[in-house]
Ligand binder design. Structure first.
Ligand code: C5P
Length: 224
């Protein structure tokens, strides 16, 4: 199959990463999780005690940060300035602050430029919030994945339980956190979360993972 790009956007917990990774595997394409890049800079901001109130300080830090996404056996590995932060960027503290960091236009500009570069040779499945609208508006296949907030929270809860990280976390709290993050991502001024023009809407509330993967692969076949 000829190489092309696939943009997958949608709200938190819609299953974008799992689906994007599987689609990439099936096609032999490269998977790029752009949320991991926003998480990576948020992790560094928190670790260096940079003020979340001071955009200038955060921007300067991001300008001097090296982020590498590398394929690993169990998925994408994330390095910040040479350190493996793959697990650290999933900490709740990062999750609750990432949308604030991602709302800074100048930070988005830096990361979007990097993302465009990664997709320049095509053969990329990229997931995020603004991929079809801003990062890869010319992507050959665009998908907007969503599901009800309840189902998204429930899926996250099960993932956390499976990873032994659900201590002290309730389904209600996860649901509230996801709804708050959606709101911030949808209402920010720069590149808000929207269904991009030409994006196919897939509501996965009642769909299994293989069904979603197959739907996207069939969109790809239509394109090819
Ligand atoms: O995909 P994930 O939930 O890991 O993304 C974390 C956060 O990063 C999102 O809630 C959003 O605030 C931000 N993000 C973004 N644009 C992207 C990817 C993620 O603003 N392309």
């Amino acid at each position: 199959m000829k190489k092309f790009n696939i943009a997958i956007d949608g709200p938190a917990g819609a299953g974008k990463s799992t689906i994007a990774r599987l689609v990439a595997e099936r096609l032999g394409f490269i998977y790029v999780d752009t949320g991991a890049m926003y998480r990576a800079v948020t992790w560094k901001i928190l670790r260096t005690d940079t003020s979340l109130e001071q955009d200038d300080q955060m921007i300067r830090l991001v300008q001097h940060t090296d982020i590498q996404l590398l394929p690993g056996e169990k998925g994408q590995l994330v390095y910040v300035d040479g350190d493996d932060v793959t697990l650290n960027i999933r900490y709740p503290e990062v999750t609750s602050n990432v949308s604030r960091v991602a709302s800074v236009a100048e930070i988005r500009k830096i990361l979007v430029a990097k993302q465009k570069e990664m997709a320049a040779s095509k053969g990329v499945v990229m997931d995020g919030r603004d991929i079809g609208s801003t990062v890869l508006p010319d992507a050959e296949v665009k998908v907007f994945l969503t599901a009800s907030v309840r189902v998204r929270a429930d899926r996250r809860f099960k993932e956390l339980q499976a990873a032994g990280q659900a201590d002290g976390i309730t389904l209600e709290r996860l649901e509230a956190d996801i709804a708050a993050r959606d709101k911030m991502d949808q209402e920010r001024e720069t590149s808000p979360l929207v269904r991009a023009e030409g994006a196919v809407l897939l509501d996965t509330t009642e769909m299994s993972i293989p069904e979603v993967v197959e739907s996207i692969l069939s969109l790809c076949r239509e394109h090819a």
